[in-house]
Design a binder for this molecule. Structure first.
Ligand code: ADP
Ligand code: MG
Length: 394
């Protein structure tokens, strides 16, 4: 019960430290593909800088950011993602997810598949986050010990697969070690933080080591599937960076923060349509994606002012449970909605813009995730100061 009391005190001080923030939403329009161009594909999307996108003649939407086809990976990183890394260093959780129909540019944007070498123009957000974290960690090396672990999972048909479960960089047969039989589960701690248990978390010391996890993970994802494209368009990939920063100094007087950054490459949003899920689609063997539907529900409850205070159905799917902290929780969150400029995709693009617009209304409360022991020490320090003062006053 003492633990419980301490728990609620920490929760309260976290509350005080919290800052208001809603989910930042960016739209990214990819260039017309060569196939679309050779089919004389017409463009139905116009970007009006800085924040408006117009579909067709007059369907206009305003977001936090809008990136046209000419914008680079680094433009997007600097504006949307880099502030989330700032937060990680202060102890805030962060979450970035890419939403949109298959082929709209989610995987390209996130960088969920392996990409050779050090950061160049084609590297997506995950490699950039990793690189940035190591660069910044180096700059703080004198005052802090920083440690980083990564995990990489996939949700497919409501099953969680650990994409790093065979990971062992030192084993003889490449990166493969046939273990990883632990049971995967989802747990919630006393502060309401939700964790995936039973998955491998790999400690990484460098950009290269982290990239090697992405390589292994994306290989595992591909080989497990009959049809790579189908699998990746139907599954959600979640790459998580667990960041711990400890102040260098006397034992017991260290400040410690732990934060996590979830980077999510969602399944194609066309899978979530309720209406089209019969007839032809059923014959193709494509079922509704439970997680993506639940995500829509959660977004729509959180984003709807009139539903304020009503029950949020986080428990409806694996994805929404895992993202509980990131959606309306204690995280800084950004969503990149990817769209194709092509006329053929008009309807899907409209759906994406509508959902993305709803997500803008979600309010998160980012809090700094201090180590409970540090709080206790800070409290004791304060008491010692007060007692000293009393003695002096006598
Ligand atoms: P999704 O993951 O949403 O299904 P992909 O990321 O696989 O879509 O993108 C589909 C194709 O378009 C890929 O060949 C990808 O390289 C290309 N592509 C996507 N976005 C861009 C972009 N902004 N610039 C250049 N090529 C892109
Ligand atoms: Mg993809």
């Amino acid at each position: 019960s003492r633990d419980k009391q301490q728990g609620s005190e920490i929760a309260r001080s976290n509350e005080i430290l919290s800052e208001k923030g809603s989910v930042r939403v960016a739209i990214r329009v990819r260039p017309l593909s060569s196939l679309e161009r050779s089919n004389c594909g017409k463009t139905c999307v116009t970007v009006q800088p800085p924040d408006t996108v117009v579909l067709g003649k007059d369907k206009s939407f305003t977001f936090d950011f809008v990136f046209g086809p000419e914008k680079s990976q680094s433009d997007i990183y600097e504006q949307v993602v880099s502030p989330l890394v700032d937060g990680i260093f202060k102890g805030y959780h962060a979450c970035l997810f890419a939403y949109g129909q298959t082929g709209a540019g989610k995987t390209y944007t996130m960088g969920t598949t392996w990409c050779k070498g050090s950061i160049n123009t084609s590297h997506g957000m995950i490699p950039r986050v990793i690189n940035d974290i190591f660069v910044r960690a180096k700059a703080e090396m004198d005052s802090y010990d920083i440690s980083i672990r990564v995990s990489f999972i996939e949700i497919y048909n409501e099953d969680i697969h650990d994409l790093l479960k065979f990971y062992n960089p030192s084993s003889e047969n490449g990166n493969v070690l046939f273990d990883g039989s632990q049971k995967i589960g989802i747990r919630e701690d006393e502060f309401g933080n939700v964790y995936v248990t039973g998955i491998h978390e790999e400690p990484v010391q460098s950009y290269e080591e982290a990239m090697s996890c992405i390589e292994t993970g994306s290989l595992h994802r591909a080989t497990a599937a009959h049809d790579m494209n189908q699998q990746s368009s139907r599954s959600h990939a979640i790459f998580t960076i667990i960041f711990t920063k400890t102040e260098k100094g006397q034992e017991g007087l260290k400040e410690k923060v732990t934060s996590q950054f979830q980077l999510v490459d969602l399944a194609g949003s066309e899978r979530a349509k309720r209406t089209n899920a019969s007839g032809a689609r059923l014959k193709e063997g494509i079922s509704i994606n439970v997680s993506l539907l639940a995500l829509m529900e959660v977004i729509s409850v959180l984003g709807d002012q009139q539903k304020k205070g009503s029950h949020v159905p986080y428990r409806r799917s694996k994805l929404t449970r895992i993202l509980t902290n990131s959606l309306g929780g204690n995280s800084r969150t950004a969503m990149i909605a990817c769209i194709s400029p092509s006329d053929d995709s008009f309807q899907e693009t409209l759906n994406t813009l509508k959902y993305a617009h709803r997500a803008r209304n979600i309010e998160n409360r980012p809090v700094i995730n201090h180590d409970p022991a540090f709080r206790e020490i800070a409290e004791l320090r304060k008491q010692v100061q007060e007692l000293k003062q009393k003695l002096m006053d006598k």
